[in-house]
Design a protein around this ligand. Structure first.
Ligand SMILES: C[S@@+](CC[C@H](N)C(=O)[O-])C[C@H]1O[C@@H](n2cnc3c(N)ncnc32)[C@H](O)[C@@H]1O
Length: 457
């Protein structure tokens, strides 16, 4: 499906993602529900009033067909996800199936040079990373960004440390991806310099009060015959620059000799430097508070500065940015301000209204397109087998052991010859062992045999 720039889709992102063309999106940022077992609501008096979303998951919520579909499309992933059920519980499995089936689509629509940022927290980040390794490939994992939401914590912390960070997993689709290092270079904070910078820039320029370092201008290799060997301030050396350049720098007051006879050095001012490169721990973008100007009250609204950094780092002007869980459309606003094309998707009808409002607040009057999600049923090409696989949670209905989708067969609980109907309540999936064991017998006989053999307790 061709999608125009500045489109907000209202609906379940699964259907919309399925309709988007393969290899077409440059950057995906997603901030899905985190499986926090909470319900989020916007404050009544806020611009986002009426926005709410649920973040608790149970297997019965999920369209059962998705189990079978995931198990068929990516059996290894389905098994990895099923493992989360043992260590965490059914809700995590349900959450990961919901995410996994969508992530397969996101992988498909991302360009080969594209990047995805998955925002999550420690509820599910470890399971999501396993899922992402499976879909994008371990070799395409780029970073786990720790975003510190608040520097200090309130509340009762008698039992441990506050959990004040989110995690953002960055994966590329291949080894050839967009990366703009200047986007993660931040100016030096003069009031709070780190130790390394303080050691480097420890002189204070007597004329200006600026911090300065004295860096070497002698050449690495000494060559007495070179035109670079000449006298500066009474010192003969092989210099890095020819004499004309040296004179220019001396005239500009940039060459200093700390005392007579010392080797002259170059004055490098700290405030003229590009800044310092960030690492994967981002502590300089505070989360929005009730008083933040940009806050419009949408639950879990993220700061624009966070999205601007991500978009600058992993896309170029004109690129297509997609946020499939866009909420109040922070990603879309940031993308617009940075001259990227964008698509937002959310279940909430508020997203369209809020992106328009937020763009107008910035005097941006571009037309935003509002499309309701495609109501088409996506199960068209699915069979009973997918549904039953989900209803049975991927287990054989005889021995109750987990089996790959492809190893299970549809079986009539009451045989067709005995009047059994082809309806969901009379169909089951059996592994090949149980199918053989059942033969032409009844379900009760199968269960009895499995108990007799100690397979079923
Ligand atoms: C954590 S919020 C995103 C907040 C957003 N980053 C912002 O700054 O406003 C998650 C969003 O996902 C949406 N959502 C949940 N399930 C969805 C689905 N299946 N399809 C589309 N949107 C969904 C919710 O309505 C909610 O707005």
């Amino acid at each position: 499906m061709r999608v125009e720039n500045r489109t907000i889709f209202e609906g379940d992102n699964l259907h919309i993602l399925r309709d988007l063309d393969t290899d077409t999106v440059d950057l995906i940022y997603l901030d899905p529900p985190f499986n926090s077992n909470r319900t989020f609501e916007a404050p009544i008096a806020s611009e986002a009033a009426g926005a709410a979303f649920k973040d608790s998951w149970v297997l019965s919520d999920l369209n059962k067909v998705l189990h079978g579909e995931l198990a068929e499309r990516d059996p290894t992933l389905y098994y990895a996800i099923s493992a989360a059920e043992f260590s965490h519980g059914k809700s995590m499995k349900a959450y990961l199936i919901m995410m996994g089936i969508r992530m397969l689509e996101m992988y498909r629509i991302l360009k080969p040079t594209g990047t995805i940022y998955l925002h999550c927290d420690d509820n599910a980040s470890h399971y999501l990373k396993m899922m992402m390794d499976g879909i994008f490939g371990r070799e395409n994992f780029r970073n786990e960004i720790v975003w510190q939401r608040a520097a200090t914590s309130k509340g009762n912390l008698k039992k441990g440390l506050a959990r004040d960070s989110d995690l953002i997993l960055r994966y590329s689709k291949s080894n050839d991806f967009v990366w703009n290092p200047e986007a993660v270079t931040i100016p030096y904070d003069m009031a709070d310099l780190d130790e390394k910078t303080k050691r480097q820039y420890y002189y204070v320029d007597p004329d200006t009060g600026r911090l300065v370092s004295h860096t070497s201008i002698t050449a690495q290799t000494q060559d007495p015959d070179s035109h670079l060997t000449y006298e500066v301030m009474g010192v003969v050396r092989t210099w890095r620059w020819a004499e004309a350049r040296m004179l220019k720098e001396i005239e500009a007051g940039r060459v200093v000799q700390t005392s007579p006879g010392n080797v002259p050095r170059y004055k490098r001012y700290l405030d003229e430097q590009k800044g310092k490169m960030l690492n994967n721990i981002w502590v300089d973008i505070p989360n929005l508070t009730a008083r933040s100007k940009e806050r419009i009250g949408y639950p879990t609204q993220k700061p624009l500065a966070l999205l601007e950094r991500i978009i600058r780092a992993s896309s170029n002007p004109g690129d297509i940015v997609l946020d499939p869980f866009c909420g109040c459309a922070t990603t879309c606003v940031a993308a617009e301000c940075l001259h990227r094309r964008w698509i937002g998707i959310d279940l909430s009808p508020k997203s369209f209204k809020l992106v328009k409002l937020r763009l107008e607040q910035r005097d941006i009057v571009e037309r935003v397109i509002h499309r309701k999600g495609n109501p088409k049923l996506y199960q068209q090409d699915q069979t009973y087998k997918h549904t039953i696989f989900g209803l049975q949670d991927g287990r054989c209905n005889g021995c109750q052991i987990l089996f790959p989708f492809s190893s299970m067969t549809v079986d009539y609980i009451v045989a067709k010859s005995e009047g059994g109907a082809e309806t969901l309540d009379n169909l089951q999936l059996l592994c090949s062992g149980c199918k053989l064991m059942k033969g032409s017998g009844t379900q009760e006989q199968l269960i009895q045999k499995l108990e007799d053999e100690g397979i079923l307790k």
